[in-house]
Design a protein around this ligand. Structure first.
Ligand code: SF4
Ligand code: MG
Length: 302
């Protein structure tokens, strides 16, 4: 089946910094993909490019097989909606909930009342109770539901959510994640959820893509990537998250100075001589010369 959203050979350069440096990624219909990695690895640049907000320097983005045509961006953005971390910043403080959710359909010339059904879909029930409220009269979780309702009112085929719960209280994070899961299960919607949090990926995703210094270094199902990780970077992140190892040492990644060979080699405990000169190709979802050797379950290494 044609992926709902694809990036092929995507590159985004800002001056001499390559924030995204040759990314292939796909989101299939009805699945949730978690894009994980340390802050500064290029996740947000990639997310913005996928919704058409940033124009890549090279490569292509496709929606249901059709390349993104920047002359028809408005039409594209109806189908591929972005949800950001901070709902307070995304909502206009002087706009009621009704006006906020009605705005997208109005801009796109869509008919019919889509507001109440979108609010109900986003878990704001009964929707009539919310229509005349302003953002400051809502909790952070309710604000994020309004933002999600605004996206749903356009009936997109895929949502790109950049750290959708990072600014919310721990108590409501689970509810928002459950809402996103419900959109997949009940509407067959697809989503790319960007997060630095591996626990979130575990809870919500069907597949995981791990990004390091502008490149996807490992992809696979949640079980493959988070239980049987093969890339040394994924293994280091998981070990640090589970408290069995200290966080990664060494130079923090700098997209203006991408190391030669394997970009992870200055921080990799498993590196060999070839790693400093030969860029590992992606094989079976992993960009590492030694990937086939790294099949030991994580608990057995320490
Ligand atoms: Fe480490 Fe070499 Fe694999 Fe890169 S290619 S992750 S340096 S072992
Ligand atoms: Mg970010």
């Amino acid at each position: 089946m044609t992926p709902v959203l694809e990036a092929r050979g995507l590159e985004i350069a800002y001056g001499n910094a390559r924030a995204v440096d040759g990314v292939d990624l796909e989101v299939r219909q009805g699945e949730i993909v978690a894009l994980v990695g340390e802050s500064g690895c290029g996740k947000s640049s990639l997310a913005r490019a996928l919704v058409g907000l940033v124009r890549p320097t090279r490569g292509e983005i496709r929606h249901l097989g059709t390349p993104l045509d920047y002359r028809r961006l408005k039409e594209y953005r109806r189908h591929v909606q972005l949800i950001l971390q901070d709902p307070g910043g995304a909502l206009n403080p002087r706009q009621t909930v009704h006006a906020a959710v009605a705005e997208g359909p109005r801009l796109h010339g869509l008919k019919g009342d889509r507001v109440t059904s979108a609010l109900a879909r986003a878990g704001l029930r009964p929707p009539e109770d919310y229509l005349r409220r302003y953002p400051h009269e809502l909790s952070g979780g309710q604000q994020q539901r309004v933002v999600i309702a605004g996206a749903l009112a356009l009936e997109p085929s895929v949502i790109v959510a950049d750290e959708p719960v990072a600014s919310l209280d721990a108590s409501v994070r689970g509810e928002i994640l459950k809402l996103i899961l419900g959109l997949r299960d009940e509407l067959g919607m697809s989503a790319l959820v960007v997060s630095h949090d591996l626990g979130l990926a575990w809870n919500i995703a069907d597949r995981v893509a791990v990004m390091y210094l502008g490149r996807i270094v490992e992809t696979g199902t949640v079980e493959e990537v988070l239980i049987r990780p093969r890339h040394p970077y994924t293994r280091a992140m998981l070990a640090a998250a589970s408290g069995t190892a200290t966080p990664l040492q060494g130079e923090p990644p700098d997209p203006a100075r991408i190391p030669p060979g394997c970009r992870f080699h200055p921080r990799c405990a498993s590196r060999t001589d070839e790693c400093g000169s030969i860029d590992p190709p992606v094989r079976a979802g992993v960009a590492c010369h030694l990937a086939s050797l790294h099949l030991t379950p994580l608990e057995e290494i320490s």
